[in-house]
Write a protein that binds this ligand. Structure first.
Ligand SMILES: [Zn+2]
Length: 295
């Protein structure tokens, strides 16, 4: 079923690594959008919620225990946080986010498809390359854009929930209001925003590598290439399931028989219940697909 590649393959792990490395700039572009988004929320929390929390800190100690059990206080804070979310994320709604994210994917698609074209031609000079971004590549880029926008919208919710939770947990732990105020102060590493920020960074890295994998698939299929060789980055960070796939030949789509040899799509037992996968698709995967031309 799976055959080892023996010929016409590009063997340069160092070169391959630097190829993906240059695409980290797209992670950073998505990161900048997340940072702007979360910062706008922090500023709004600091303008509307923080003063209220600091007011509470001025209340006499004997009254404090009564207020801690006072649900109205909590409800007021929760609704202020929701309001802060609505105000700050209003400028980062779905349409606005798409306008920010789409150009990033368009330039990523252009740059990567040119790199893939070079790889394909160096593997087989006869391969036919589309000079422009094809319709199917455009679809792929739009899908990636939508997916990223969806995750960014979820990150907004994570920031709101994180802030509400931080206050709730602070009260439960018996913290003073001044201490709770510290945890919602406008700092990206503050408790209230840390989860959202970490998640945003994770999403940026993951979405870029998934998109690169899908661009590669689309581009190779557009050129009529049915088979590819799975290549890991051949370092200690490669997961075992992908080390097992390294150097093997797979089909992009369904079972394919070429010159008597049958090829099937790759699968990672730890990804999506072991269903078909492509390099770059599983979380944080840095593997790539090299075009393969059978005899
Ligand atoms: Zn991988």
């Amino acid at each position: 079923m799976k055959k080892r590649a023996t010929r016409r393959r590009i063997k340069s792990p160092r070169k391959r690594k630097s190829l993906l490395k240059k695409y980290e700039k797209y992670d950073r572009m998505l990161d900048r959008i997340s940072r702007k988004m979360i910062t706008a929320f922090m500023v709004e929390v600091s303008n509307t919620v923080l003063p209220r929390v600091l007011d509470l800190s001025k209340i006499e100690d004997q009254q404090k225990s009564k207020i801690l059990q006072d649900n109205d206080t909590l409800l007021t804070l929760e609704s202020l946080i929701s309001l802060a979310g609505a105000v700050s994320f209003g400028q980062f709604n779905e349409r606005e986010l798409r306008e920010l994210v789409e150009p990033i994917y368009m330039s990523m698609g252009k740059e990567y498809s040119q790199d893939i074209a070079r790889t394909m031609v160096s593997a087989n000079p006869d391969v036919l390359i589309e000079p422009r971004i094809s319709e199917s590549l455009m679809d792929t880029l739009k899908r990636s854009t939508n997916e990223t926008v969806k995750y960014l919208l979820e990150t907004q919710q994570t920031a709101i929930i994180g802030t509400q939770k931080t206050i709730g947990q602070g009260i439960e732990a018996g913290l003073r209001w001044e201490e709770i105020a510290q945890k919602i102060a406008p700092k990206i590493e503050a408790d209230a925003y840390r989860t959202a920020w970490n998640r945003a960074k994770f999403v940026a890295r993951n979405e870029v590598s998934t998109a690169l994998g899908e661009i590669s698939k689309t581009q190779q299929e557009d050129a009529g290439i049915e088979l590819y060789e799975w290549q890991t980055s051949e370092d200690e960070r490669v997961r075992d399931t992908h080390r097992n796939l390294n150097g093997k030949i797979f089909s992009w789509n369904g079972i394919v028989t070429v010159n008597g040899t049958t090829y099937s799509p790759a699968s990672d037992p730890n990804y999506n219940g072991g269903s078909d996968t492509i390099p770059g698709q599983p979380w944080q995967c840095r593997c790539v697909a090299l075009p393969y031309f059978p005899d």
